[in-house]
Design a protein around this ligand. Structure first.
Ligand code: DGT
Ligand code: CA
Ligand code: CA
Ligand code: ZN
Length: 579
């Protein structure tokens, strides 16, 4: 049975494997004998697949050179790494080769040989050097490159802003579903679920953690390895496997027996911090909690279901979205877990674009689609004139657009169509729409789309000025972040919340997969201060109208209840509550 420490030390195996892989990469850049390079790769693979911490073997004085692919010299290096955390040889090699190999070689289209050419002929040592060389057009003429390669590298560099790769969760939903389907078709499986941060609905996910219950694991791990998208099998044993999919996503699989399902689900859902708290509570009672169950000595107290587990601690099942050790355990013990909002609580959508600005569909089509989804009201909120890129509406076109919205509302049964606009906040904090039009709107969103890199003081002042306008009702996508592409604006969020509270401005949780803005922690801060929230789709096409569920996921992570969100109310009650 796995003990508590084995999990954390497995990481050490991975770290050591990474060091060995780096040696292999550096040697390859130096044009070393491919067999020497391969030896490091093989040793790294052995370590990644090792079921027990290599540190333990070293501690017990075992001979590492008995492991597959590890010779005398390599065994010595691993021991050095385990004991000191450093490897003199690697550090010397890094200095000699002088390029950021781990990072650069992660760029698609760049191998050791090309990297050596780039270094020797253009002095490229970092990702930034490479970007500059590509942009200056100096890469295409190098031997073994060419214009197409240069273009490809340029593209890869533009996408790769997020170096420590995390994936927007929404992008993984189809892959996760397909994997679950693939494994469910394997004979003898019962539960097939995605656990980890994916189940906790985090906005970004580091890897996918699959949990399967089955009598025998080997057929399941075999089936995963044979999944069409797998490019590499990093480790594989009778009850676990780790594979890499095309594109670089890692998938961890664990297979357990049905009787351990609840305990394993809780364990692999995490978060680590939440699980640690539960394990400590178990210890205080003289019990032991691991992925197989909750035990008093050898007697099993719980483990088949999450409910049985939490019940033993006198708690209801804590929703996965809350399992971050941010007070959820105390709340559960006190019987004060929030009753979280669900998608069906939402009655209106307050942020929708049409092809009058940068949406893809006509006003009529968007409204019909919203109605088909059962919305009771929808605010049409196209961009205002200053926003050239988004084809924003100047005064005359806005006038005509509002008339068209009103006319459509008259014609439409069973759905209120509200006159809205997404009013751009100018550089000086003023609103990009004439006062008379602002007066006429049912719903005024304000938001920032340009000059997102102003210094914190200036940016905050700009936003506060906008919120002080009496017609500013809802602040849309408050931080301006785009996951993996653009960091949040530098803003004093505490002061932004103060202003929203003072003026009665509602804050939006935007459901676009890369926005999810407010994020979970700010949504919670806003909710705790009684600031009204709205959850909106920001749809630019009909299919995005359903995206509200992503905003709801984020809201749930922020402890948000239905009563905290204005668009859970009837249209009339919503309008009455708006500033
Ligand atoms: P991620 O993948 O970075 O978005 O975050 P998680 O939470 O999915 O983390 P991950 O994939 O490393 O592990 C999934 C869950 O499995 C984690 O939430 C708790 C559990 N787990 C994994 N490794 C360990 C470990 O070494 N110790 C403990 N206590 N739990 C672990
Ligand atoms: Ca994970
Ligand atoms: Ca994982
Ligand atoms: Zn918008």
């Amino acid at each position: 049975m796995a003990t508590e420490s084995s999990g954390s030390v497995t990481l050490r195996n991975r770290e050591i494997a990474e060091a060995l892989e780096e040696i292999g990469e550096l040697l390859a850049i130096e044009g070393e004998n491919p067999f020497r390079v391969r030896a490091y790769e093989n040793a790294a693979r052995t370590l990644r697949a090792l079921p027990q911490p290599v540190a333990e073997l070293v501690e017990r004085g075992e001979d590492l050179s008995r492991l597959r692919g590890i010779g005398e010299a390599l065994a010595r290096k691993i021991e050095e790494l385990v004991r000191s955390g450093h490897l003199e040889y690697l550090e010397r090699l890094e200095r000699r080769v002088g390029v950021d190999a781990r990072d650069l070689l992660s760029i698609p289209g760049l191998g050791p040989k090309r990297l050596r050419t780039l270094r020797d002929l253009l002095g490229v040592r970092t990702r930034e050097d490479l970007r500059r060389a590509c942009e200056a057009g100096r890469v295409r003429d190098l031997p073994g490159f060419g214009a197409a390669t240069e273009r490809k590298l340029c593209g890869a560099l533009a996408e790769g802003l997020d170096v420590t790769r995390r994936w927007p969760r929404a992008e993984l939903v189809p892959i996760a579903r397909s994997l679950v389907e693939h494994l469910s078709a394997c004979q003898g499986t019962h539960h097939v679920v995605v656990a980890g941060s994916y189940r906790r609905k985090r906005d970004t996910v580091g890897d996918l953690d699959l949990l399967v219950t089955a009598r025998k694991g080997t057929a399941v791990t075999e089936r995963l390895v044979n999944y069409g998208e797998v490019t590499e099998t990093l480790s594989r044993g009778p009850t676990r496997a780790t594979v890499m999919l095309a594109g670089g996503l890692l998938v961890d699989l664990r297979v357990v027996k049905e009787a351990s399902y609840g305990a394993a689900l809780a364990y692999f859902t995490g978060s680590r911090a939440h699980q640690l708290r539960l394990r400590r509570m178990a210890q205080e009672r003289g019990w032991k909690l691991n992925e197989y169950g909750l035990f008093a000595g050898t007697r099993k107290l719980a483990g088949a279901s999450e409910a049985s587990l939490y019940k033993r601690f006198d708690m209801p099942v804590i929703p996965p979205e809350l399992r971050e050790d941010r007070g959820e355990i105390e709340a559960a013990l006190a019987g004060e877990l929030p009753h979280l909002i669900t998608p069906s609580d939402l009655r209106g959508d307050l942020h929708v674009h049409t092809n009058a600005s940068d949406g893809r569909e006509s006003l009529e089509v968007m409204v019909a689609a919203a109605k088909a989804l059962g919305r009771e009201y929808v605010a049409i909120t196209d961009h205002t004139g200053g926003l050239g890129v988004a084809h924003g509406l100047g005064r005359e076109r806005m006038r005509a657009h509002l008339d068209a919205i009103e006319a459509l509302d008259q014609r439409t049964e069973g759905l209120r169509v509200l006159k809205g606009a997404e009013v751009d906040i100018r550089r000086d904090g003023t609103l990009d729409l004439d006062e008379d039009l602002l007066e006429e709107l049912d719903v005024v969103l304000v938001s920032m789309h340009s000059q997102l890199r102003l210094p914190r003081e200036e940016q905050t002042a700009r936003l506060l000025h906008a919120l002080s306008h009496p017609r500013a009702q809802i602040l849309a996508h408050p931080s301006g972040r785009l996951l993996g592409r653009r960091p949040p604006m530098a803003l004093d969020m505490e002061r932004v919340l103060d202003a929203a509270a003072d003026h009665g401005v509602a804050l939006e949780i935007n459901s676009q997969p890369l926005r999810l803005d407010l994020d979970d922690t700010w949504a919670r801060a806003a909710r705790e201060r009684g600031i009204p929230l709205v959850i909106s789709s920001d749809a630019h096409g009909t299919e995005q109208l359903e995206g509200l569920t992503l905003g709801v996921d984020q809201a749930r992570r922020g402890w948000v209840r239905a009563e905290d969100v204005l668009n859970t109310r009837s249209c009339r009650a919503f309008l009455a509550r708006l500033r």
